[in-house]
Design a protein around this ligand. Sequence first.
Ligand SMILES: Nc1ncnc2c1ncn2[C@@H]1O[C@H](COP(=O)(O)OP(=O)(O)O)[C@@H](O)[C@H]1O
Ligand SMILES: O=P(O)(O)OC[C@H](O)CO
Length: 503
Amino acid sequence: MEATMSDLIMAIDQGTTSSRAILFNLNGDVQFSAQEEFRQIFPKNGWVEHDPEDIWNTTLSVCKEVLSQVDVSRVRGIGITNQRETTIVWDKETGEPVCNAIVWQDRRTSDFCQRQKKDGIEAIVTRKTGLLMDPYFSGSKLRWILKHVSGAREKAEKGQLLFGTVDSFLLWRLTNGTVHATDATNASRTLMFNISTQQWDPELLQLFGVPESMLPEVRDSADNFGTTDAQWFDAEIPIAGIAGDQHAALFGQACFEPGMVKSTYGTGCFMMVNTGDSPLKSTNKLLTTVGYRLNGKTTYALEGSIFMAGATMQWLRDGIGLLKHASESSSMAEEIGQQQSVYLVPAFTGLGAPYWNPDARGAIVGMTRDTGPSAIVTAGLQSVGYQTRDLIEAMKRDGVPALKGIRVDGGMVVNDWAMQFMSDIVNHQVDRPAVTETTAMGVAFLAGLQLGLYESIADIQHIWQLEKTFEPSMSTMTAEKLYIGWQRAVRGVEVVSGHDSNR
Ligand SMILES: Nc1ncnc2c1ncn2[C@@H]1O[C@H](COP(=O)(O)OP(=O)(O)O)[C@@H](O)[C@H]1O
Ligand SMILES: O=P(O)(O)OC[C@H](O)CO
């Protein structure tokens, strides 16, 4: 397809709290965007659900809104990126979901996962999928639906039900029930996909009691996923790229070489490092995952997730009222400086990588009589740097090829103080790109590649532009002293929780 100056690509970014559509030109500039939040449903302690119709309606609505701004014939293709792991089951004939989507944050299958750990099954699961036996991933959520939704198992056995992560569900609806597919990155988060063979794994399907007929076909991240049914946008637009949101961000940050890292700081933090063409097994509780798959060739990545990044600032603002806007945190931190003794361990919902301690709870330690709001807010910003260092240390211990700086994105990276502290404590360069909509941009690039609007990933490498670099300037001795204080604070939290994460 010949590329022209007026060409546009629409990225659908279906996230945990909102659905967004963004129109990009081929230079990666945002032309129009629209966003709609939707309902979070908490039926019981630890349960988190979305109504799939809310996901669909908000997605459709934001797409229509941006498309109304342009001549639709300029939109050459669509890419879909999405909250990962969230599990939907729907009827093949009617397209009706059998129950609400079980969201990645939902912990209802903890007991099942714990039992598998005890029975020693986790080692097999980790070897095949690169993941952990944890309720976070789709497998145990799908098992739960088949077990608890009335009639679901019988229908599934008869081939009447389909499973999908959010990308698959949207694809099915957009193509009016003609395409049931996903991409390798989304498949790699289900606990049912063997990342070495790139196939659904019969042994894992048996473990979760899942009939193979329910599963979507797994395609490349840049692939032909069909076209939108004309009833939605008055046009049959090719859907040419799909990737889970963190994987799309890796692509949008042009992390195409082993050792290149992207780290996204929104509510939580998701860090991913490109590890090249063979899966690197973590011995430090990082996840091995598919970075992206192009022309049948898989590029692997290691991932570490932190549950609380920007959310710590939200707690400081809304939970205990120490500031009115997250942006006030920079001046409060300027006042306190980097070398303070207060540590905030934001283990409000447990600790993620590399600890994976669900029982840990938050703490503020090291306070003195003169500790005030600014010191605690500063400790909140610093906790993000310290947790990033935890992930980087784990990646190094896992033998990741030489790290080549950290490319950051997400709502929190506007905070220069936090970015400088991160660079200092991690002792690595931190690069902030000009366009921080990297998730949506990544999937737009994938679609553009498939459509021939870009010749190769080299084109994309040239589009990525740096806005600001943060260089480490703290002495190594000071950084080490501060980091040791953090490790002690985390240790304290772990001891209190009575759960040894075996770090
Ligand atoms: N100046 C700032 N300093 C620190 N944190 C900030 C700042 N501005 C926004 N944030 C944090 O960034 C987060 C929003 O980022 P965003 O990428 O939109 O999150 P998500 O996509 O997870 O909803 C919020 O948690 C907010 O507290
Ligand atoms: O929708 P986000 O940005 O919160 O991302 C969610 C992740 O994909 C969950 O693994």
